[in-house]
Ligand binder design. Structure first.
Ligand code: BDR
Ligand code: CA
Length: 316
């Protein structure tokens, strides 16, 4: 049995790797992709996604453009210093012949929730603007969704875009708060775990050595990202933010610590804006779920996921 997945992303170097993993995983049936501004604009993220899907021979998967601006502020121009000018490390992929769907990402998500009622899983690896807009457009949406896996937040570690905030949440705190407060089960994959999982130069070389053009392209796209992480880790590498969320959604990682606790997002305009406030009090004697909490915060994944990620990708 495969899980039908709607992917919401801001493609993005690590989004591209996550996309590749979801295509390759035998546990997942990727049934639609929506894009949002974040690492790059929603329109550019859709172009990147279409080009990547064409290279992977998966022109059958619908791609829809979502929100350009965020709920309370306009798109700020993205993160070219992290993801390159075009979002995928400056690599020019052969342009896809397809264009995005006419419907918006919000409408695509809602349509898929009816088509795969009770089975659709949402994987969100960018700002959660489209998810919040879909909840607003159709408050009955959570009742048709099997679960949500979201890359975002920082529970017990520093942020990566401010001292306390992670980029996806910071880019739309109001949307993240709405998505994390909705009546559905969320697995939150924060920086606490994503910074602990990395790719090595050997892993990148293995991708480059593949005869599959899509996998090779991932190796090329990662080059710029490895430069960005040099001063952070002290060597060329990359964090596996979005890929870890994809692996967790596919059940490909053993999760060691993940209590179900209340999580809110700071939506004030002070220095705490975008902070994910997870109620982890009382955890000293071991992880404990709060009664009624719907957000499972992944705090530890001990086994390195890079080997599984790379072998799955190479098997594309
Ligand atoms: C998240 O922000 C983006 O830059 C990455 O693609 C990832 O989704 C990490 O904070
Ligand atoms: Ca992303």
């Amino acid at each position: 049995m495969t899980t039908p997945v709607y992917l919401d992303c801001d493609t993005g170097v690590d989004d591209a790797v996550a996309l590749g993993y979801l295509l390759a995983s035998p546990a997942i049936d990727l049934v639609g992709v929506g894009t949002v501004s974040g690492n790059t604009s929603a329109a550019q993220a859709a172009r990147n996604t279409l080009d990547l899907l064409a290279l992977a021979g998966r022109d059958d998967i619908p791609v829809a453009v979502g929100a350009h601006d965020h709920l309370s502020h306009p798109y700020d121009g993205g993160a070219p210093h992290v993801h390159g000018d075009n979002g995928i490390g400056g690599v020019q992929l052969p342009p896809a012949t397809r264009v995005p769907e006419e419907q918006s990402a919000v409408d695509l998500l809602i349509a898929l929730s009816h088509l795969y009622e009770g089975r659709l899983h949402i994987v969100t690896i960018g700002p959660m603007t489209n998810i919040a807009l879909a909840l607003e457009a159709d408050p009955t949406l959570p009742g048709r969704i099997a679960g949500v896996t979201a890359m975002g937040g920082a529970a017990l570690v520093p942020g990566n875009i401010s001292p306390v905030a992670e980029a996806n949440v910071f880019n739309d705190p109001e949307a993240a708060d709405a998505a994390l407060s909705a009546d559905w089960d969320v697995t939150l994959v924060p920086l606490d775990v994503t910074m602990e999982h990395t790719l090595s130069e050997d892993d990148r070389a293995a991708l480059l050595a593949s005869t599959n053009p899509f996998v090779q392209a991932l190796g090329e796209i990662l080059d710029h990202y490895f430069d960005f992480y040099l001063p952070i880790y002290g060597h060329r590498t990359s964090s596996l933010h979005d890929p870890l969320a994809a692996v967790i959604a596919a059940g490909g990682a053993r999760i060691d610590v993940a209590p179900r606790v209340p999580v809110r997002v700071d939506t004030t305009d002070g220095p705490g804006r975008g902070q994910t406030i997870a109620d982890l009090r009382g955890q000293r004697i071991g992880p404990r779920d709060h009664e009624g909490a719907r957000v499972r915060v992944v705090l530890r994944v001990d086994d390195p996921i890079a080997p599984h990620l790379v072998t799955t990708l190479i098997g594309v």
